[in-house]
Design a protein around this ligand. Structure first.
Ligand SMILES: [Zn+2]
Length: 109
């Protein structure tokens, strides 16, 4: 599940395991090369967490900014952005609309 609190720990552990495997395959790597290998892996994990948290919009806050009416979900939209380290960020957000005034929002904020 996206809100499983162990997911981030698992992702960080995977970064460590992968980095240590990379280090064994690159025994002559300089410190800066090891640092770059670490940052690339952390950036990818960071992008995953960022995408999940950005998509996590509490239902109680889904109110129309124009009239305060309760917004309803009308599907989702996914965009691919770039974040730190040029890591791809798949951002999925709900498209919301207001039945009271007809306003549409995506992303909601
Ligand atoms: Zn409205």
């Amino acid at each position: 599940m996206a809100d499983d609190p162990t997911r981030w720990r698992i992702a960080v552990t995977a970064v460590e395991v992968d980095l240590r495997a990379w280090r064994r395959a690159h025994p002559a790597a300089a410190l800066t090369e090891i640092e770059q290998a670490l940052d690339a892996r952390l950036d990818a994990a960071r992008a995953g967490l960022l995408a999940e948290v950005a998509a996590d919009v509490p239902a109680a806050e889904e109110r129309c900014p124009a009239c305060g009416g309760r917004l309803v979900r009308r599907g989702e939209r996914t965009r691919t952005l770039r974040t730190r380290g040029d890591a791809p960020l798949e951002l999925t957000r709900a498209y919301l609309s207001c039945p009271a005034c007809g306003a549409g929002l995506s992303p909601p904020r």
